[in-house]
Design a protein around this ligand. Structure first.
Ligand code: NAD
Length: 490
């Protein structure tokens, strides 16, 4: 490690690390992957496929089967049979054993899962290794513990599984979202048909392999890769699906709500967000700066609960912005497999285009844009860490979910004004509060309309805590005891 000084900011020290790449050879990529139906990998009936690529290089990683309507029929049918004949009637303690086994195999194969996640999604290996994979294992461990205690979950006597769950997940936390969906559903005795996002199918397919390795009865978990508009839409509308769990954009979530109206299916939606990260003048500033940075630049800001609106008390706004600029100048953008990387690639070309156009709109509306000077790789989808000042609450960058490494800074004078600005959104997924005053934390938490309020921390997840939104961020909770309720008839 050596120390250099940037020419544009001579006072600013940049630590130069030598590259520390994780070995790609740990993953054994197949050239093509089938659908996982009835405990086996099979070809789609009509033979359709598409390619998944590495967003950091645009290199094709593998050919992926695209499920059609007949594949959806087949998967739902085997899942229905497995639910009625094997998984539903099985004692909870037996189901728990399978879930514990899956959790342990995830741990054993964690390095492989982490590298594969970073290759397919573009996220830094440090995050897939330290967050995504351990949290996926933690979810299976946690819900394994519930499988034989459902009657003690506080939902009344004899809670029963709903039946077959159709689960559709996004590309930002592919493995973790699969675990959040599968673990509670299976613990409660449901069987599952999971549809991963088109651009990130690989870890869900490796999880299917792990499920095979754990000897889960065939048909209990099925994984259908393919297009949202085809496989996803057919899956959620299928009459054999009793429960739909969707995580993704608010737009598609609303479409699903309309499409499923009157069909009598259970539905939970985890949608977008535009979280406020609120910093008071008495906050421990070093900690708050790190929390703001983690809040918006973790996973390139492709996080539904990202702290994309910084609300900072006016008296410290200039100091905070200066400190943020200096901290952002030390962030390393580049190779997701490098252990020193802080920001990886944007997951796909469409998302990059969406970020670019919202950022341009922000500039056109008069906000002041700032990014550190950082060289971006020539290939792949990249966006630098970006800060907007001079932002007014009515501008699109303050209202719309950008889902990228872009922070909009707004100011407030009083706690009441902070709450009013924070709640001035159609979303309501999360918020953060930074202050040394305990009573203020409690008051803010009571008045912020958000499913989770973090105090002096941000983006902290735990399988024991319910997570989910208010308003257009969706409804239903994942995690904790509440996560089980979403998969039980009581
Ligand atoms: P998306 O809505 O485009 O896609 C999500 C999933 O839905 C994908 O698997 C996609 O193939 C599928 N899909 C698309 N159209 C469909 C249809 N008509 N019927 C059924 N399925 C369909 O979202 P995305 O771009 O993959 O993910 C980003 C979004 O997800 C962001 O808005 C983000 O906020 C949200 N998100 C929310 C949470 C949460 O917990 N609230 C977590 C992660 C991501």
């Amino acid at each position: 490690m050596s120390k250099t000084y940037r020419t544009d900011q001579p006072e600013h020290v940049v630590w130069e690390y030598s590259p520390a790449p994780e070995s790609r050879s740990i993953v054994h990529l197949q050239s093509s992957y089938g659908l996982f139906i009835g405990g086996a990998f099979v070809e789609p009936v009509d033979g359709d496929s598409y390619r998944t690529e590495n967003p950091a290089t645009e290199e094709v990683l593998a050919e992926i089967a695209a499920a059609g309507l007949r594949d959806v029929d087949r998967a739902v049918e085997v899942a229905g049979r497995a639910q009625k004949t094997v998984w539903g009637p099985m004692a909870g303690a037996e189901r728990a054993k399978y879930l514990f086994r899956i959790a342990r195999i995830i741990q054993e194969r964690s390095r492989e899962l982490a590298v594969l996640e970073s290759l397919d999604n573009g996220k830094p290996i440090r995050e897939s290794r330290d967050v995504d994979v351990p949290l996926a294992a933690a979810h299976f461990f946690y819900y394994a513990g519930w499988a034989d205690k459902l009657e003690h979950a506080g939902f009344g006597p004899n809670p029963a599984p709903i039946g077959v769950a159709g689960q559709v997940i996004p590309w930002n936390f592919p493995l973790m979202m699969a675990a959040w969906k599968l673990a509670p559903a299976l613990a409660a005795g449901n069987t599952c048909v999971l549809k991963p996002a088109t651009t990130t199918p690989l870890t869900a397919l490796l999880l299917a392999e792990i499920i095979q390795q754990a000897d889960l009865p065939p048909g209990v978990v099925n994984v259908l890769t393919g297009a949202g508009s085809v496989a996803g839409a057919a899956l959620v509308a299928h009459p054999g699906i009793d429960k739909v769990a969707f995580t993704g954009s608010t737009e598609v979530g609303k479409d699903l709500q309309r499409a499923l109206a009157g069909k009598g299916k259970h539905l939970t939606l985890e949608l977008g967000g535009k979280a406020a990260n609120i910093v008071f003048e008495d906050a421990a500033l070093d900690q708050a700066i790190e929390g703001i940075v983690n809040g918006i630049f973790f996973n390139q800001g492709e996080v539904c609960c990202a702290g994309s609106r910084l609300l900072v008390q006016e008296s410290i706004a200039d100091t905070v912005v200066e400190r943020l600029k200096s901290r952002l100048s030390t962030l390393r953008v580049g190779d997701p497999l490098d252990k020193n990387t802080d920001l990886g690639a944007i997951n796909n070309a469409d998302q990059l285009e969406k970020i670019r156009s919202l950022v341009e709109e922000g500039e056109a509306e008069g906000a002041v844009r700032w990014s550190p000077s950082c060289a971006l790789p020539a290939h792949g989808y990249w966006f630098p860490p970006t800060l907007f000042t001079n932002v007014s609450p009515s501008q699109s960058i303050a209202r719309e979910e950008i889902f990228g490494p872009v922070l909009s800074v707004l100011t407030f004078r009083t706690p009441e004004e902070a709450v009013a600005k924070a709640n001035n959104t159609t979303y309501g997924l999360s918020a953060g509060v930074w202050t040394e005053k305990g009573s203020r934390i409690l008051w803010m938490a009571q008045h912020l309309r958000a499913g989770v309020v973090w105090a002096n921390t941000f983006n902290r997840f735990d399988p024991t805590s319910p997570f989910g939104g208010y308003r257009e961020s969706g409804f239903g909770r994942e995690g904790g005891r509440h996560g089980l309720a979403a998969y039980l008839d009581v």
